[in-house]
Design a binder for this molecule. Structure first.
Ligand code: HEC
Length: 142
């Protein structure tokens, strides 16, 4: 009943974003509560995603792009090559701690990023997975 009155209230206001939210909530309720959406990636904790966005902006965005879609210095984190099946979450921690020798792209090596903690990287992973879930993947190779 709560859902129905909420739906009626949102219909009166006709705010499309709220309607989408309501349908997502109802859809999740009917989907067996798996907590999964879109590409089958699980929804990330919003507070963790937010703190990941700050750590990402300060330490990763200069190469991987403010919108995660890459720059001339580094690849897009939305490339299909960074799907969880190809690069699991641990790859992010290893990349930050040890750096990465160029192997998938021609941008050169990624240096280690000493400024980030394991906690920062866990939050950055939440941001990346949430953005992948919401925006989908770019083909690899591009
Ligand atoms: C100076 C530029 C630069 C910065 C800063 C940078 N990266 Fe990278 N990163 C790269 C490049 C270039 C590659 C691609 C290497 C290749 O060819 O596969 C890469 C690859 C990666 C990969 C894939 C690793 C693998 O196993 O193939 C991950 C994960 C990653 N970066 C995460 C991060 C995170 C998280 C940050 C911030 C803490 C960050 N990067 C900051 C340039 C950068």
């Amino acid at each position: 009943m709560l859902a129905r009155s909420f739906l009626m209230a949102t219909e009166r206001r006709a705010n499309p974003l709220l309607l989408v939210l309501v349908f997502l909530l109802i859809g999740a309720g009917c989907g067996g509560g798996s907590g999964e959406a879109d590409d089958g990636l699980p929804t990330q904790d919003a507070a963790l995603v937010q703190s990941g966005a700050e750590a990402y902006a300060a330490n990763c965005a200069s190469c991987h792009g403010p919108d995660l879609r890459g720059t001339t210095q580094g690849p897009s984190m939305l490339s299909a090559i960074y799907e969880p099946d190809h690069h699991a979450d641990i790859a992010f921690l290893l990349a930050a701690q040890r750096g990465v020798s160029a192997h998938h792209w021609r941008f050169g090596d990624m240096p280690a990023v000493a400024a980030v903690t394991a906690e920062d990287v866990a939050a950055i992973v939440a941001l990346v997975r949430e953005t992948q879930r919401l925006e989908g993947f770019e083909p690899y190779p591009p």
